[in-house]
Design a protein around this ligand. Structure first.
Ligand code: GDP
Ligand code: MG
Length: 160
């Protein structure tokens, strides 16, 4: 990640949001970007990427022993993903709320998973679950210099 020097950004969080291969295949990329954009979060980084086995085993290191892991890995290997860093006040916990529950049948309507999917093995998106994990995930999925620090002209209209 990128460390910022501005006073406002010191209080800000960055979260790693990833659109999984089903979200890309189903053409939901623009809708997901739009939700974070119109919420008021700032896009600090974005790219498409073909995940590798090694990347996924590190990203999902807590899940590699789970019986569903081979299916999860094949699902995530099945095509390109969209990797993003969104920045703003409480971006990590709010990002998780915007995604919805892991199981889409338990996700609230109005969330991404609640609105667009049905099964846990096709749940469209990933979002960091803590500030610490967000830092690890951003470092894992992005190279040096890909996460940008820039000043949004909307800042004073989003934050009081
Ligand atoms: P998340 O943080 O909400 O994405 O959920 P987890 O970190 O617990 O799991 C990571 C991802 O693994 C989920 O988003 C699902 O795509 C997948 N997953 C989790 N539990 C299951 C399961 O029981 N079966 C299957 N097939 N996939 C699962
Ligand atoms: Mg998780």
């Amino acid at each position: 990640g990128v460390s910022s020097t501005s006073a406002l950004n010191m209080a800000m969080e960055q979260t790693y949001i990833m659109i999984k291969p089903d979200g890309v295949q189903r053409g939901i990329v623009g809708n997901i970007i739009s939700r974070f954009e119109t919420k008021g979060y700032k896009l600090a980084a974005m790219k498409t990427k073909q995940p590798t086995k090694e990347l996924l085993e590190t990203h999902y290191c807590d899940l590699v022993e789970k019986p569903f892991f081979p299916k999860l890995r094949d699902y995530m290997l099945s095509g390109p993903v969209v990797c993003m860093v969104w920045e703003g006040k409480e971006a990590v916990s709010t990002g998780r709320k915007m995604l919805g529950a892991t199981n889409p049948l338990e996700s609230q309507a109005g969330t991404i998973r609640g609105d667009f999917c049905i099964e846990v093995g096709r749940n469209i998106c990933h979002g960091s679950d803590s500030v610490e994990n967000a830092k690890k995930e951003i470092d894992l999925w992005f190279e040096e210099g890909e996460v940008l620090d820039w000043e949004s002209h909307s800042q004073d209209w989003i934050y009081e």
